[in-house]
Design a protein around this ligand. Sequence first.
Ligand code: GLU
Length: 449
Amino acid sequence: MYVKNVIEKVKSNYPSQKEFHQAVEEVLISLSPVIDKNKKYQENAILERLVIPDREIHFRVTWVDDKGNVQVNRAYRIEFNSAIGPYKGGLRFHPSVHEGIIKFLGFEQVFKNSLTTLAMGGGKGGSDFNPKGKSDGEVMRFCQAFMNELYRHIGAHTDVPAGDIGVGGREIGYLFGQYRKLTNRFDGVLTGKGLSWGGSLVRPEATGYGCVYFAEEMLKERGESLEGKVCTVSGSGNVAIYTVEKLYHLGAKPVTVSDSKGMIYDEGGIDVALLKELKELKRASLEEYIKIKPQAKYTKISDYKEGSNAVWSIPCFAAFPSATENELNAIDAKTLLQNGCKCVSEGANMPSTLEATDLFLKAKICYGPGKAANAGGVAVSGLEMAQNASKHSWDFEVVDKHLHNIMENIFANSSQTAKEFGDPTNLVLGANIAGFRKVADAMIDQGIL
Ligand code: GLU
């Protein structure tokens, strides 16, 4: 009843924030067993407190485009919860950004960051600015204008933003430069920095590598592995690229990637060097892939079957949704299961709809929800903060080993918690309860705030 009431209140208080409802519903329903067992959570109004961010900053970003026109964008930083560490989470620059999207991402981040075992609270931010098609100068001026407001709210010990969709190394560079200019401080206030100015090795690879390590752990428990297996990956950003790369390291064959215009199916295996060249250097469309590799098949989004994502129609052993929220619905989940898919490890945040998640859980395949499977990115951000604080930088192997251990730990903790609550294969339940307990208990320890 308590859980249901809090969910209903979120829905009626914020009727237009559908993605936020979805994230809250998924988490809160799975928390029911721990809430029922421990009266202290209700007595301390923990759920009511968790679903309202500590604070939300809405601001305007005004900048001038290359033609001299004044442009105005909406921007947000939502500081969700800092019970176990400074607010931490990425910035998303994408036209779909609105308050509800940032709230769902910030809410997820609270539990994800808790699972990493590092001292990081949860936050998220972004803007409806679209970096696609903009010149470097326009992106720089936008980032500078964005930081002109953001700088007063963040700090290495208060709130540490990073990248997300539309925010990569270039944007972090412009944001960091402007922060330094405005404050006259060289602090670890952002993560995902360049290597020569405080960044960490393995940060660009971390989410993708971590997501594959997580899949490996899920499969290992069942005596299976990725070796020799066909895998499908969606997206072609940072997460997808390094998921593809790590799959090759483990002897698997990734055969798909996608972008906002369509998808590539390369039966012989995605050419990772070509993918990096197109997406990291040229910022080009995947259509260019088939000009160089005509044996691959390109399907335009307009040719996808109605209501489904063509990536998930390709038979595979393991699927890695690494594009964006709700990119995998019930139809896609059914297709994957019918085609014998045994493992889904989520590189994106909330890529599966609630219905798709239910189907995976019922089928009892290895299903790694985003907040567990994609926590490697923010985990290495936490390691970047540790390196900045100690003024040391660690070798690639050292950071990668930490990342691997953290992913093993997240799996072990989620799986053990799922077993404790009598649903051993349900990592949604396990990850949510494990992430929740640490934050909720810290909130209780620190009093009514
Ligand atoms: N945007 C990433 C995420 O969803 C990384 C956040 C960070 O490194 O702070 O977890």
